[in-house]
Design a protein around this ligand. Structure first.
Ligand code: PEP
Ligand code: MG
Length: 544
C-alpha cells in the first residue's frame, strides 16, 4: 500500500480505480501563409464559437451548481471580449506573421504568466482561467472537441490540473473523485468540486504507475491510499456506506422547509471552524452558516494571517455558499484557544481573562485587518459579522465604530463591499441582562450557550471533573435563553442559538416555543434537527 497526501477539497471518501488523464497538447504551427487580417478573422470566428460553447456550459453549471457558481463561465465569456487580450492577439499576428492558433495560445501563456506573478492571490488564481479560454479558442481553430476524460467505467480521475470547464463537463455518473498535482483549494475548480460534492484532493504528487490501480481518497484525512490493505479498505467502505446512508436521509429531506406541523418556520444553519467544512454544510443542506469560528484560521497559522489571506478564505466560503448567509464571528482567541505569536500572558483565570473582543478592542490593528477582510468578502455574497464575549453597550459601539473606520478605508481604496448585518454573541450573563439595550445596537443575537452555561453556573467548561455539575438544562440557563429571545424580539432583532445546546433535540420544542428564529449546529446535526422540527406541533399543549 502507498499513501500520498494532498489538500482535501471535500470531506468524503471515494473508492475506485485511478485513471490518469493526460491532456493532448494541441499542435499549433507558428507561421502563417495568410495575411494578419485573414488570421484575425479566423481567430474572431473561433472566439465567437468559444463564447457559444461557454454559454452552453453556463446553462449546464446553472442546473448543477447554481447561479453564483456558474458565473465563472460568464466571466470566461467576458474575458474573451477583453480589449487587452484581443490587442495582444492582434499584436502577435501582425508582428510575427503567426497563425491564429499560435497567437491565441501564446497570448494565453503570456497573460497566465503575468497573472501568476501578481501579489493578489485572487488574481494569481485567474492564470488558470485565461489559459482555459485560450485553449478553448485553439481547440475550435483546430477542430478538436473537448477530450473525453472519463473511461467507460467509474474511476477516480487523476490529472496535472483541471480547468473549471473540464470539471463541469466531467460525466458525474462515472466520476468517483479526482486528484490533481496542481490547483489551489481557492480555485473555481475546487469550488465547483465542493459544490458538486465530489471528494477531491489537490497538490498530490502522483506517479504514472498508479494508472488503473485501486485507490481510496480519504478526504477527511487529506490523503489517498493506493492499493489499500484489506482492513483499511473495509474500514473505508464502511465509512463510505455511512456517508451514503446520511446522503439518503438528506435526499429525502433536502429542500424541504424547516417548518413545524402548525406552520412555524425556523432557520437551520451550520457551525464551521474552517473553510474546508463548507462541503459538509452544502452536503447537509444548511440554509446558511450561523457561526464561522474565524479564530481557527489564526490557530492554524504561525503568524498573524494577513488581510489578503483572510479575504481569500472568507471569500471562498461566501462564494461557495452562493448567496446564503455566512455569519463570521470575529476573532475569539484567548482562554482555551491560544496562539503563541499573540504573546498573551499566562493568566490565573483565562476564561475570565484577556480574550475575544477584549483583545480586538485593545489591539486594534489585528481587529481592523480582520474586519477589512470580512468587508471585502461581503462583495461576493451575504455576510454578517458577529462580535463575541460582549458584556456592555460600550463594547458594541466601539466595535461598530472600528468597523465603520474600516469601511471608510476600503471605500477610499475603491474596494467593492456589500451590506453587512451586525450581531453579537450573547454568551455572558451581563449580555443577557442588558439584552434590551444591546438589541438597540445590532440586528441579531446568537446565543453562545457553551459559554453562557459556564458563566451562569460558574463552572469551567474545560474541567472534566465538573461535568456532572455542568447542567446545560439548568433552569437559570433556560431562563436566560428565553429572556434574550424575548428582549431581542421586542427591539426587532432576530435571535438564534449557536452553542451546542442548539443541537440538543430534547430542547428543540422548548426553544421553538420560546420563539427562537434560528438554530446553528454542526453540519451532521442538521438533518436530524430538521426531522424533529418537521414533526413538532406547537399548537398543541406542551408535554412538559
Ligand atoms: C459558545 O460559547 O456557545 C459558542 C458558540 O462559542 P465557543 O464554543 O466557540 O466559545
Ligand atoms: Mg463562546
Amino acid at each position: 500500500m502507498q499513501v500520498a497526501t494532498g489538500k482535501s477539497i471535500l470531506n468524503g471518501i471515494a473508492i475506485g480505480p485511478l485513471r490518469i488523464y493526460k491532456k493532448a497538447e494541441a499542435q499549433t504551427t507558428v507561421s502563417s501563409t495568410l495575411t494578419p487580417e485573414e488570421e484575425y478573422a479566423r481567430f474572431d470566428a473561433a472566439r465567437v464559437k468559444a463564447q457559444e460553447q461557454l454559454g452552453v456550459l453556463y446553462d449546464k453549471a446553472l442546473d448543477e451548481v447554481g447561479e453564483d457558481n456558474a458565473a465563472i463561465f460568464e466571466i470566461h465569456q467576458m474575458m474573451l471580449d477583453d480589449d487587452d487580450y484581443l490587442d495582444a492577439v492582434r499584436g502577435i499576428l501582425e508582428t510575427q506573421g503567426a497563425t491564429a492558433e499560435y497567437a491565441a495560445s501564446a497570448t494565453g501563456e503570456n497573460f497566465a504568466a503575468a497573472f501568476a506573478a501578481m501579489e493578489d492571490e485572487y488574481m494569481r488564481a485567474r492564470a488558470a482561467d485565461v489559459k482555459d479560454i485560450s485553449r478553448r479558442v485553439v481547440n475550435v481553430l483546430l477542430g478538436v472537441g473537448d477530450a473525453d476524460m472519463m473511461a467507460d467505467q467509474p474511476a477516480i480521475l487523476v490529472a496535472d490540473d483541471l480547468t473549471p470547464s473540464e470539471t463541469v463537463q466531467l460525466d458525474k455518473t462515472k466520476l468517483l473523485g479526482f486528484i490533481t498535482r496542481h490547483g489551489s483549494s481557492n480555485s473555481h475548480t475546487a469550488i465547483l468540486a465542493r459544490t458538486m460534492n465530489i471528494p477531491a484532493l489537490v497538490g498530490v504528487d502522483f506517479q504514472d504507475e498508479w494508472d488503473g490501480k485501486l485507490a481510496v481518497i480519504d478526504g477527511y484525512n487529506h490523503c489517498v491510499y493506493i492499493e489499500p490493505a484489506p482492513e483499511l479498505l473495509s474500514a473505508m467502505e464502511e465509512k463510505r456506506s455511512n456517508d451514503l446512508k446520511q446522503e439518503a436521509l438528506l435526499q429525502s429531506l433536502k429542500k424541504k422547509p424547516n417548518i413545524t406541523l402548525d406552520g412555524k418556520e425556523i432557520k437551520v444553519y451550520a457551525n464551521i471552524g474552517n473553510a474546508g467544512d463548507v462541503g459538509l454544510v452544502l452536503q447537509n443542506d444548511a440554509q446558511g452558516i450561523g457561526l464561522f469560528r474565524s479564530e481557527f484560521l489564526y490557530l492554524d497559522s504561525q503568524d498573524y494571517p494577513s488581510e489578503d489571506q483572510q479575504f481569500m478564505l472568507y471569500k471562498r466560503v461566501v462564494e461557495t455558499m452562493a448567496g446564503k448567509k455566512v455569519i463570521i464571528r470575529t476573532l475569539d482567541i484567548g482562554a482555551d484557544k491560544q496562539a503563541d505569536y499573540f504573546g498573551l500572558d499566562k493568566e490565573e483565570n483565562p476564561a475570565l481573562g484577556y480574550r475575544a473582543i477584549r483583545i480586538c478592542l485593545t489591539r486594534k490593528e489585528i481587529f481592523k485587518t480582520q474586519l477589512r477582510a470580512i468587508l471585502r468578502a461581503s462583495a461576493f455574497g451575504t455576510v454578517s459579522v458577529m462580535f463575541p464575549m460582549i458584556i456592555s453597550v460600550r463594547e458594541v459601539r466601539d466595535a461598530k465604530e472600528i468597523l465603520e473606520e474600516c469601511r471608510a478605508e476600503l471605500e477610499e481604496r475603491g474596494v467593492a463591499m456589500g451590506n453587512v448585518e451586525i450581531g453579537i454573541m450573547v454568551e455572558t450573563p451581563a449580555a443577557v441582562l442588558l439584552a434590551d439595550e444591546l438589541a438597540e445596537e445590532v440586528e441579531f443575537f446568537s446565543l453562545g450557550t457553551n459559554d453562557l452555561t459556564q458563566y451562569t453556573l460558574a463552572i469551567d467548561r474545560q474541567n472534566p471533573k465538573l461535568d456532572n455539575f455542568y447542567d446545560s438544562h439548568h433552569p437559570a440557563v433556560l431562563r436566560m435563553i428565553r429572556h434574550t429571545i424575548e428582549a431581542g424580539h421586542r427591539h426587532g432583532c432576530w435571535v438564534g442559538i449557536c452553542g451546542e445546546l442548539g443541537a440538543d433535540q430534547t430542547l428543540t420544542e422548548t426553544f421553538l416555543r420560546y420563539g427562537v428564529d434560528e438554530l446553528s449546529v454542526s453540519p451532521s446535526s442538521i438533518l436530524p434537527l430538521r426531522k424533529i422540527i418537521r414533526s413538532l406541533d406547537l399548537s398543541k399543549e406542551s408535554q412538559d
